[in-house]
Ligand binder design. Structure first.
Ligand SMILES: Cc1cc2nc3c(=O)[nH]c(=O)nc-3n(C[C@H](O)[C@H](O)[C@H](O)COP(=O)(O)OP(=O)(O)OC[C@H]3O[C@@H](n4cnc5c(N)ncnc54)[C@H](O)[C@@H]3O)c2cc1C
Length: 284
């Protein structure tokens, strides 16, 4: 987008990763926080970047996983779990006074939170229904705007939730995540299982689909699915004691990790991509 003249105000629409990045970018490029209006239908729980980095920071990543498991083991309710995760610096939120209802796995650094908190004009009136010349109509009210405001659309749903399908069927493979958030690992996993197992029921047992999350409860569902799969892989390895390492599904990357979903390939020579979330998955 080429913005020739400085707009009167920037109106950021959405509260996902795109909106977070848009706000951070504006603030780091000299825009005054008072010139930003932020429309947030829901506040989001965010992952702490300190605990989600590989490479040299893999130690803190593993520490983070242990802190999450500890919180899960001690929690007495969903809210209590999230509170414990926040206290252990595993979950972050921009506004400490608003209880988030959204969790989609976006990652944030503390330095970003610090500057995002300088934006004070936050609109919490639900989804935008329309933007007119002089007003924005939202689900629960309307606010003034003008042609001199720059409206930044960050409201596209990056990864729509689609129904889970068995990954392996007679005539196709519907690619979906098994482990949260690891697209290359998930693709490689499905290819590995396809190459090393013959029975579709067995392949599906090894690769349960793990849909994208939207709420904090989905974090629990996602972790349960991936840890259940992990357990099956571990047992498989034990029962195949002495087998070739190539036959074992356990590998680097099989640690409980934050977030993903779906697409499709055909068995045999002419494989084709299809399925509910194929394009999103391939684009990501
Ligand atoms: C495979 C995978 C890999 C990922 N990797 C990373 C990563 O490396 N780093 C990272 O930070 N995150 C990662 N994520 C998580 C990612 O940040 C989340 O998926 C995030 O939700 C994407 O943000 P978004 O802004 O694109 O979409 P969304 O989070 O869906 O945000 C859309 C926002 O717009 C709002 N909205 C919708 N309609 C309207 C409307 N009419 N009016 C106003 N607001 C509206 C919604 O309420 C929401 O706040 C990954 C996710 C997946 C699945």
């Amino acid at each position: 987008v080429d913005v020739a003249d400085k707009p009167e105000r920037y109106v950021i629409i959405g509260a996902g990763k795109t909106a977070l990045d848009a706000c951070v970018w504006l603030l780091r490029n000299g825009v005054d926080p008072g010139d930003i209006q932020w429309i947030k239908p829901r506040e989001a729980w965010l992952q702490n970047r300190t605990y989600t980095q590989p490479g040299e920071l893999v130690g803190t990543l593993l520490e983070g996983i242990s802190l999450q498991m500890e919180a899960a083991a001690q929690a007495t309710s969903m809210d209590d779990l999230i509170d414990r995760m926040e206290a252990a610096a595993q979950m972050r939120r921009v506004d400490p006074d608003v209880r988030p209802a959204m969790y989609k796995g976006a990652t944030i650094g503390d330095w970003e939170l610090d500057i995002l908190r300088r934006i004070e004009d936050v609109v919490r009136l639900g989804h935008v229904l329309s933007i007119e010349r002089h007003r924005i109509v939202l689900a629960e009210g309307s606010i003034a705007t003008s042609p001199r405001h720059l409206h930044v659309h960050c409201a596209a749903n990056a990864f729509p939730r689609t129904p889970s399908l068995p990954i392996f069927a007679a005539d196709r493979i519907t690619l979906q995540a098994v482990r949260i958030g690891l697209v290359p690992f998930n693709a490689a996993l499905v290819a590995f299982v396809e190459a090393h197992r013959d029975d579709d029921a067995e392949k599906n047992r090894l690769c349960p689909p793990n849909p994208f999350g939207d709420t904090p409860l989905d974090w629990v569902r996602g972790m349960l699915i991936q840890m259940g799969a992990d357990r099956i892989w571990s047992r498989k390895q034990t029962s195949r004691h002495g087998s070739n390492a190539r036959d074992s599904i356990r590998c680097a990357g099989c640690v409980p990790m934050p977030m993903t979903n779906g697409c499709s390939v055909r068995h045999g020579g002419s494989r084709r991509m299809s399925g509910p979330a194929s394009s999103a998955w391939l684009r990501s």
